[in-house]
Ligand binder design. Structure first.
Ligand code: UD1
Length: 420
């Protein structure tokens, strides 16, 4: 078991390079199953969720090997079309493999992903879309048995813009005959990244980034070399870290066009943010002030994944800020841990009100989920004394090496091994 020990209260200064995006690489790893050749993914972050995807790929018969920060996947041979329950449980977003396996093999068997730390994680939209393309899906006993002799392109209207459903249907659409149109598609930048990857493999896909994604399926896909986009949530986390601790820092590769709702909040709170070609510079010299309500929404709205880290950054601000969570039911689990550090936060349903306090103090806290865990680190950077953050395996799901990155910004942070 590992912990992060963070001594707060000193401003940050320095430069950090933003890793490749978790939410981009996971669907792209599933998409490699559609290709018959070798895929070379550059800027691939070494994350627990990437390791889980690699284990799934290998269990299906593919090879996946690291070469520095490149991951080489060869999906020429596939000798299984099922994913074991153990592998499914390792990563809740593993449902993304369904569309790809089905498109490649004409059948797929995996267990239902179930709930996660953020609450129920339904995949009804994935399944109804796949059914519309011609898949027969049996959902008995927590198992998903899917079969489709052939998938045929259709128009699928999503009742809400689910990121995972959009991606799953894009992958299935690549294996379907004819044209698949996904309406009310999610517009997240990671969906654009998936489209660009598929195009680099020879697929005909367009519209990602808008509400209508069109896939002309049935073309054989080949391997390619592709660079994963920078992670906008990791960038939001480190912007939050600088805002929390004060100081200045440069986030190399961070792309403001993906982060404009986050930078707008930080600017409103009093941070100076300068956008450069190579990244984003952030400077915070004074106590922050409260901002207008922060409401999470599908992209291009404020990202739910940045809610916890921005909340943490505003804990010592002047005044009160209201947060409204509109994507997941259970996304305030970090609040009790922040309160242990002296934060004043009241939660009622989907609303959390953060009243700024004069100071935070170090405490023993534990991660409840990935972004909630990152938020504890952001708060700890502003706290007087030492904070120990435990259960950091949540953080390792999405941050390649948070202590190294924050160390580049001169934070006093170290990882220690502890007994259980
Ligand atoms: C993705 C991201 C996650 C992010 C989320 C929202 C990945 C690997 N993960 O998750 O980090 O927090 O987008 O930006 O990219 N829903 C249904 N039925 C479905 C699918 C979704 O009701 O079939 C609901 C969910 O319960 C949730 C909302 O739709 O309330 C959004 O979920 P979705 O966009 O699908 O999120 P994920 O793809 O799981």
């Amino acid at each position: 078991m590992s912990q992060l020990l963070i001594r707060g209260g000193r401003p940050l200064r320095g430069e950090v390079t933003i890793q490749g995006a978790k939410n981009s690489v996971l669907p792209i790893l599933a998409a490699t199953l559609l290709t018959g050749g070798q895929v070379r993914l550059q800027n691939c972050p070494r994350l627990r969720d990437v390791d889980a995807s690699i284990r799934i790929l290998r269990a299906l018969g593919c090879s996946a090997e690291w070469e520095g920060d490149c991951l080489l996947v060869d999906a020429a041979v596939l000798n299984s079309c099922s994913i074991s329950d153990i592998l499914m449980r390792e990563m809740r977003s593993s449902a993304i493999f369904l569309g790809a396996i089905l498109a490649r093999c004409g059948q797929a068997e995996l267990s239902y992903p179930g709930g996660c730390e953020l609450g129920p994680r339904p995949i009804d939209l994935h399944l109804s879309g796949l059914r519309k393309l011609g898949a027969e899906i049996d959902e008995a006993g927590g198992l998903l048995r899917c079969a489709a002799k052939r998938l045929v392109g259709q128009e699928i209207v999503l009742s809400l813009p689910s990121v995972g459903a959009t991606e799953n249907l894009m992958l299935a659409g690549c294996g379907a005959e004819g044209v698949t149109v996904i309406s009310n598609a999610a517009r997240e930048p990671e969906i654009v990244d998936l489209q660009e990857f598929l195009k680099a493999c020879g697929a005909e896909v367009c519209g990602a980034g808008t509400s209508t994604v069109t896939v002309r399926g049935g073309r054989p896909l080949h391997g390619c070399t592709y660079a994963i986009m920078p992670d906008r949530i990791v960038a939001a986390t480190y912007l939050g870290a600088i805002a929390s601790a004060g100081g200045e820092g440069f986030l190399r590769n961070a792309r403001e066009e993906h982060l404009s709702t986050v930078t707008a909040v930080l600017r409103g709170a009093g941070c100076e943010i300068r956008v450069e070609e190579a990244g984003i510079a952030c400077c915070c010299r004074e106590r922050l002030r409260a901002v207008r309500p922060v409401r999470t929404a599908p992209y291009p709205g404020f990202p739910t994944d940045a809610q916890a880290v921005l909340m943490a950054a505003l804990l010592c601000s002047r005044g009160a800020t209201v947060f409204e969570e509109h994507i997941f039911e259970n996304r305030y689990r970090h609040v009790d841990e922040l309160i242990r550090m002296g934060a004043d936060i009241r939660v009622s349903g989907r609303v959390a009100v953060v009243s700024g306090v004069e100071a935070l103090h170090g405490a023993a806290v534990r991660c409840t989920d990935l972004r909630g865990g990152a938020a504890l680190c952001v708060a700890a950077l502003a706290a007087e004394g030492e904070t120990s953050v435990s259960e950091i395996e949540h953080i390792d799901r999405g941050y390649a090496c948070m202590e190294q990155d924050l160390g580049m910004l001169q934070a006093d942070i170290r990882r220690v091994e502890t007994e259980r």
